[in-house]
Design a protein around this ligand. Structure first.
Ligand code: ADP
Ligand code: MG
Length: 590
């Protein structure tokens, strides 16, 4: 009974069994670990390793509660993944457990079985060096727990996630994952220092190309790994992999620190992708907080947080030219830099070398208009300025967003108002407009779709394909028609007509992420805001489209009419305004 109660804490679901058993194999020094599952791990989990193995006398001890071979250093210096001696006993209490093992160097193997808590005698068995642990009919002895299991697919996916996390910390070990309930994954060993390669195996090339290496330390704490560029963000936090001394954790403090590091760079409802390893002396961290060891307690939490926020933020800022810096802060900062240059005498001559090169253009006598144009030309660094109508009327200038005067960098509309200027982020603004329109159409159940002449094929993990297939009917109602295309892809046949220039593949990937978070009882219709947001995000005028003067003005008028148009759907501003008075102050005229 005691074992079954303890099992409730250690063995929450099949993925927790996989985690405990793979950790045991790692602790045993394995170089190759094979994981096979069936029925989402509920019918079968089999883990084979080529580690140290167990001898005849070890086997009965191994399945006994609180029996561990790993506490030589005491609780203050835990260097192995296991130490509680609870896993095998707990698993044996709620399932059928069979262990077959042969010690390295021994010429015979032994087996033991535990069936719902009843331990069998040790018998001789044929075995390769190493250990094979088989868990079948999980929770047969505790039917109440069985009822709480999610779908087979969800359990299969959770197991995959667990193995991916464990594999990230041990590039020197070859991991494979197979079974009738999944597609085969194989992560060949990449060597002791092969962390980057292993991350690429698991997270894909995309991540490798869109992330920055992190390596920083402070007062004995070291942070390594890779942090995704702010622009490479996702719809949920699933792809945040955090490790403390080689142990995968979902620790609130660390997740919070990561969020903090990206706070100024991505919207509140988007999530960065990162794989970060914190290493510190075992005495400085308590991993014995939670039976599943998912949370840790740092002796000096402020130090760790500071290191994560500081190092990641610095890395992101360092590659500013690759990452998209957003929001008004970057803009004001850019202006502020200009004010930091030597101030011209009030009525004197402009400085000759503000950036090392002489500033061409306005003499002190020229008016604001020309000065501003020269400034814009300087920002653009090219003649890429699309000028609009020559002299706007006073009535037009009096509109809240004024009159469009130019488009620069193919994304920013510069508009003149009665008492200042406005810079509109055309992409962000359009995204909000599409979102509001789409939401209205979805609510009215009137989403016309448009047939793609050539269906777009998107490669996706099998779990995602399954989830999208399950929701195909609902998605079709929203104007998105897709179907599975083999085990690892979907074919997109129709898309919502409102979304011109749609990035359909990106949309489908993000939707798959979101479906992973929804439970099967929640309808997509009840999540209209989210779905519309995801769709709008992929179906808006991307920066880079040139607009004609009429189009620019139409966008401004549309913004004036649309609620919430001052913010894009990620919470960033869609436009910023500079009053003439502020501009004059920047030029030292006031
Ligand atoms: P813990 O890992 O916390 O010590 P477990 O119940 O997971 O507790 O395992 C009990 C003991 O069984 C371990 O301390 C270890 O000696 C032994 N053991 C378990 N799995 C393996 C394995 N795959 N290879 C070698 N020894 C193992
Ligand atoms: Mg263990």
């Amino acid at each position: 009974m005691v074992n079954r109660i303890a099992a409730g804490e250690v063995v929450e679901r099949p993925a927790s069994v996989v985690k405990e058993l793979v950790e045991n194999a790692i602790d045993a020094g394995a170089r190759r670990i094979e994981v096979a599952t069936a029925g989402g791990g509920l019918s079968l989990i089999r883990i084979s390793d080529d580690g140290a193995g167990l001898g005849r006398d070890d086997l009965p001890l191994a399945v006994e509660r609180h029996c561990t071979s790993k506490l030589d250093g005491g609780l203050d210096a835990i260097g192995t993944l296991g130490f509680r001696g609870e896993a095998l006993a707990s698993i044996g209490a709620v399932a059928r457990l069979a262990i077959t093992s042969r010690r390295r160097g021994a010429d015979e193997g032994w087996a033991i079985a535990v069936d719902g808590g009843r331990v069998s005698a040790v018998t001789p068995a044929a075995a390769a060096p190493g250990t094979r642990v088989e868990v079948s009919d999980l929770f047969f002895a505790t039917p109440a727990r069985l009822k709480f299991m999610k779908s087979e697919r969800a359990e299969t996916a959770a197991i995959t996630e667990t193995v991916r996390r464990l594999a990230m910390t041990h590039p020197e070990i070859r991991f494979s994952l197979s079974g009738p309930d999944r597609t085969l994954s194989d992560f060949p060993a990449t060597g002791e220092d092969g962390f980057a390669e292993r991350l690429e195996q698991i997270l894909g090339r995309d991540f490798a190309e869109n992330s920055i290496e992190i390596d920083a330390s402070r007062e004995g704490v070291r942070l390594t790994g890779r942090a995704g560029l702010p622009t490479y963000n996702r719809g949920n936090a699933v792809q945040q992999y955090l490790f403390v001394n080689g142990r995968a954790v979902r620790d609130k403090q660390l997740l919070g620190a990561l969020r903090g590091a990206y706070a100024d760079f991505i919207g509140r409802d988007r999530h960065p992708v990162a794989a970060l390893f914190v290493d510190l002396p075992p005495q400085s961290v308590d991993v014995n907080v939670h039976p599943a060891k998912a949370e840790v307690r740092f002796r000096d939490p402020g130090l760790v947080r500071g290191l994560v926020v500081g190092a990641v933020r610095e890395a992101i800022t360092g590659v500013g030219h690759r990452a998209t810096r957003t929001g008004a802060s970057a803009m004001t900062e850019a202006f502020a830099r200009r004010t930091a240059m030597p101030m011209p005498p009030r009525h004197g001559v402009l400085p000759r070398e503000p950036y090392g090169a002489p500033l061409p253009g306005p003499s002190p006598a020229t008016g604001f208009g020309e000065a501003a144009q020269a400034l814009l030309a300087d920002i653009a660094g090219s003649a890429d300025i699309r000028a609009a109508a020559p002299t706007p009327s006073a009535a037009d200038l009096a509109r809240p967003l004024g009159v469009a005067r130019a488009q620069i960098h193919e994304n920013y509309i510069v508009a003149q108002t009665a008492d200042g200027l406005i810079v509109v982020d055309q992409h962000a603004a359009h995204e909000r407009l599409v979102y509001e329109r789409l939401k209205a159409a979805l609510a009215a159940k009137a989403v016309p779709s448009q047939l793609l002449l050539v269906p777009e094929i998107v490669d996706l993990p099998a779990d995602d394909v399954g989830r999208l297939a399950d929701r195909a009917a609902e998605l079709a109602e929203l104007g998105l028609v897709l179907e599975p295309f083999g085990p690892g892809a979907v074919a997109i046949r129709e898309v919502p007509a409102i979304l011109d220039g749609l990035d359909a593949a990106g949309l489908v990937r993000d939707l798959a992420d979101e479906l992973a978070e929804l439970d099967s009882a929640t309808t997509l219709r009840s999540q209209l805001d989210r779905v519309a947001g995801t769709m709008a995000c992929h179906g808006s005028v991307r920066s880079g489209r040139r607009l004609r003067p009429e189009e620019m003005d139409a966008l401004l008028r549309d913004m004036e009419r649309t609620p919430h148009s001052g913010q894009c759907i990620h919470g960033r501003p869609t436009y910023i305004e500079l009053k003439l008075a502020d501009i004059e102050r920047l030029f030292g005229r006031r």
